[in-house]
Design a protein around this ligand. Structure first.
Ligand SMILES: *Cc1c(COP(=O)(O)O)cnc(C)c1O
Length: 384
């Protein structure tokens, strides 16, 4: 029952016809949704998948698990999303798929990228981990390409604790995904217990004043696999598929998701209002801020800033009790070493690697954006 509730809530946000809404599939995590699609595509050893040079390591991981190879295209500094020209340069006869990522709520040039790919007979999936609830030229994010995957992890547009789902916009591929899904496992009772306790921690304990301490504690515990973090230590150290990786979403997650998705419209308003206020501060001081060119599309999951000295900026934010996060401080976040294991050579992605060295993201889900604006004004010296 609750599965159908979540499906219909997602379908209605995405404006899907009843036919297409059957092609929504729910998983333990967003990366597993991507992996299911990769399996359905039947990638062979040596096939290539183009991805943005500023992403989460779990994306290249899922590709490598299938035997295919991630190829990193650069991003545009203005939007932090895929650079069309760099994608074009990286297309080869082995390219089977392009992953177009929405970054912090802002879409890439989805239509132009899809056109380019389809001209060359290449499939496109949107990484909408940040983009659920936003639009691209009037269409809900995720509905333009051949498929899209979404994350419903704690920090994503709406949460099921951990979780993710896949939308397949083509019925043949949807059949193949259904076939692949027959191998899905169920989360173990231990994983469910762990996710339940993390849900409890997330809903009751996080406050402005203990936020940074909790985040540190949580990361430390998850590093040693003591709580269900979003990634296991193994996924950040190696490209070997963890055991029991291919898991379905549990009923517990679904129930949390149904209430989460209902509050999304009000959360989106809050995010947008805060982001526009921050941006006014930055643009009136001529500081870098993300492009306004697709503004109507931007759902502002996070507000990116580029800073001169990240350590110092974080310290000042902690003192001022301003919530920020260190997402994508590496091209394959959060991995910072042994890039060769992921087939990444950072000289191929100069813009992404420069951005990753200066990036921080400010929370947009705040009730007092003025306090954050004041903080930005007081710390202009560190902003680029
Ligand atoms: C979070 C995230 C993912 C993975 O989602 P999970 O649900 O954690 O597996 C993929 N891509 C991007 C850009 C993300 O931020």
């Amino acid at each position: 029952m609750s599965f159908e509730q979540l499906r219909s809530a997602c379908a209605s946000s995405l404006n899907l016809s009843p036919d297409v809404s059957k092609n929504l599939f729910f998983y333990w995590k967003g990366r597993v949704a991507l992996y299911a699609y990769l399996l359905a595509l039947n990638l062979c050893d040596g096939d290539e998948v183009i991805i943005p040079g500023l992403t989460c390591v779990v994306v290249p991981n899922a590709i490598i698990y299938t035997g295919a190879k991630p190829i990193y295209a650069d991003i545009r500094r203005e939007t932090l999303t895929l650079d069309l020209q760099s994608v074009e340069k990286n297309i080869s006869s082995r390219t089977k798929l392009i992953i177009i990522q929405n970054t912090f709520g802002l879409s890439a040039d989805v239509i132009a990228l899809v056109e380019l790919a389809h001209e060359r007979g290449i499939t496109v999936i949107e990484d909408c981990a940040h983009g659920f609830g936003g639009f691209y030229q009037g269409k809900p994010n995720g509905t333009i390409a051949d498929a899209a995957f979404f994350s419903t992890q704690w920090n994503k547009p709406f949460s099921t604790g951990l979780g993710g789902f896949l939308l397949v916009n083509n019925s043949d591929m949807a059949l193949r995904v259904k076939y692949v899904n027959r191998a899905l496992m169920r989360p173990s009772w231990k994983e469910l217990l762990s996710i339940r306790s993390s849900m409890f921690a997330h809903s009751y304990i996080l406050t402005d004043s203990n936020y940074f301490k909790m985040v540190k504690l949580f990361r430390l515990l998850s590093k040693y696999d003591l709580v269900t973090g979003s990634s296991s230590a193994e996924e950040m150290l190696s490209v070997i598929k963890p055991n029991a990786y291919f898991k379905a979403m549990s009923n517990l997650q679904v129930r949390v998701g149904v209430s989460g998705i209902n509050t999304l419209p009000s959360v989106l308003k809050l995010r947008k209002k805060a982001a526009l206020a921050y941006r006014n501060v930055l643009s009136s001081s001529n500081k870098w801020h993300v492009s306004t060119e697709h503004d109507e599309n931007n759902s502002h999951l996070k507000f990116p800033v580029l800073v001169r000295n990240r350590v110092e900026f974080i310290k000042r934010a902690e003192n001022a009790r301003i919530r920020l996060s260190d997402w994508f401080i590496s091209p394959i976040h959060p991995v910072t070493t042994h890039f060769d294991r992921w087939h990444l050579s950072i000289k191929d992605i100069p813009v992404a690697s420069e951005v990753a060295s200066k990036l921080l993201t400010i929370n947009t889900e705040v009730t007092e954006p003025d306090r954050v604006c004041q903080f930005l004004k007081d710390n202009m010296d560190l902003l680029l």
